[in-house]
Design a protein around this ligand. Structure first.
Ligand code: GLY
Length: 462
């Protein structure tokens, strides 16, 4: 974990930003898979980690703004826990590591919150995303589980988002540590992308690298020859020459900071001419967006710049037609690029997504679009120094979407539907990097991972 002063300073700023009330952070508990003692790997809540730093289950934190103090709630382990799980310092000792002076038993949380309510004080909650948190909120505060999300405090969400959005140097260093691991994952994936190899063989190997480096996957690896399925989590296909393999994966550092990279690899190390054409367009969109991004610029503008490069490129290869301004204004490119350019990244790969995409990626200066494609953009607001973003344009040939648009006669002025027939089995291409917004531009984080067509071909030729 970071120095205790880091966590104390974060909580101090939270007290200042919130102004009054009691802010509750529920840490995560163990989560059973198929019986109680057989749990999913433990993952601490990211906001709890950010403000209280402790990476063990069964804890809750209070930042009492009115009384100017922080309290950690949790129970010391007993001899049975020590026998089965090993030794853990006392709650008091662990609290001291993150600069918290006061501790209380876990069961005292309800009384503390009830007392605050009885005195007419505001109890600030974050939106829960785990069922057991909804039940805890019911027990402690009488909030019905179905209403727990709506009961979240907008002021608390905003204060947490304000701090977590801007990464410190130490946080960026953690992200770059995670990227070192991710770089190794891609070297291995590219080397293994040969005809006859199964997707699961490669996924297993690269996921193992994340674990072998002392972390974990930041999210379930996407590794597929069906790259047109954006979040494909199956790994049953055998690679064949002529196919593209999309790998979208990332590791967490030991402190749980994420990385998120995508590369598209020609099976057997050689792009076909048609694949290369599409690859070069996506690469141009990725590079163009990175060159364009800078502090003060709304990320929506960067998304639209990437969309323009994609439209121009698709016009060059004859898959789109007409006026590119009109095509973009009407969202015709979303047939090929139906997702947003990127999202914030930090302790969560989609950083703070559970606090509400609009709270994280939008502000009063930019409203969420309702247009298909643009509506999925997770981050649209102006960039600021310290933001860490993904830049992940893609072009996909999604047969069901093409058929639907064609049947609905959508974008007839802009899409060369007849030419698309030949691309039905193409799959997709996505190229993703992680960037830090600096004072005057951006910096691509991590060690370079093969990215140009020639580099990817060289890395995937055995
Ligand atoms: N890397 C997966 C995603 O951004 O959704």
């Amino acid at each position: 974990m970071f120095d205790s002063r880091t966590y104390a300073a974060r909580r101090k700023r939270l007290r200042r930003d919130l102004g009054s009330g009691v802010a509750l952070f529920l840490g995560n508990d163990e989560s059973p898979m198929n019986y109680t003692a057989n749990g999913y790997p433990f993952r601490q809540d990211s906001s709890f980690l950010y403000f209280f730093g402790l990476d063990t289950p069964g804890l809750a934190g209070i930042v009492d703004v009115d009384e100017g103090k922080d309290i950690l709630f949790g129970d010391d382990i007993d001899i049975e826990d020590i026998i089965w799980m090993g030794f853990l310092p006392t709650v008091k000792e662990r609290a001291a590591e993150v600069g918290v002076k006061e501790t209380r038993p876990a069961k005292a949380l309800t009384a503390y919150l009830q007392d605050a309510l009885a005195k007419g004080r505001m109890v600030h909650l974050l939106p829960p995303y785990r069922a057991e948190h909804r039940l805890k909120l019911q027990d402690c505060l009488g909030v019905p589980p179905a209403e727990a999300k709506a009961r979240a405090s907008q002021a608390f969400i905003k204060a947490v988002v304000a701090q977590r959005s801007v990464k410190s140097e130490a946080e960026v260093a953690e992200i770059e540590t995670a990227l070192m691991t991710t770089c190794k994952m891609y070297e291995t994936a590219m080397h293994m992308a040969q005809p006859g190899v199964y997707e699961h063989s490669i996924a297993g190997r690269i996921n193992g690298i994340a674990m072998a480096d002392g972390g974990a996957n930041a999210f379930p690896t996407i590794l597929t020859i069906n790259g047109q399925i954006l979040h494909n989590h199956g790994y049953t296909n055998k690679l064949a020459k002529g196919r593209l393999m999309v790998v979208d994966s990332g590791a967490e550092s030991a402190l749980h900071y994420a990385s998120d990279i995508t590369r598209t690899i020609p099976v057997g190390g050689k792009f076909t001419a048609r694949q290369k054409d599409i690859y070069e367009i996506v690469l141009a969109a990725n590079l163009g967006a990175i060159r364009f991004a800078k502090p003060g610029l709304p990320y929506k503008e960067v998304h639209l710049l990437a969309s323009r490069i994609i439209v121009d490129g698709l016009m060059d290869v004859g898959l789109m037609k007409g006026n590119s301004d009109d095509a973009i204004a009407q969202g015709a490119h979303a047939l090929f690029f139906p997702h947003g350019l990127g999202h914030m990244m930090g302790l969560d790969v989609h950083d703070m997504e559970n606090l509400g995409e609009n709270n994280v990626g939008y502000d009063q200066s930019v409203e969420r679009s309702r247009q298909f494609g643009l509506a999925y953009l997770r981050m649209a607001r102006p960039l600021r120094p310290g933001h860490v973003m993904t830049v992940e344009p893609g072009i996909y040939f999604i047969p069901a979407l093409i058929d639907l648009w064609r049947a609905e006669k959508k974008a007839l002025d802009f899409v060369a539907y007849d030419k698309l027939e030949a691309y039905r089995g193409f799959g997709g291409v996505r190229i993703e990097d992680d960037i830090l917004v600096t004072q005057d531009g951006v910096r691509v984080l991590g060690r370079p991972i093969p990215k140009t067509a020639a580099q990817v071909e060289a890395a995937s030729t055995v």
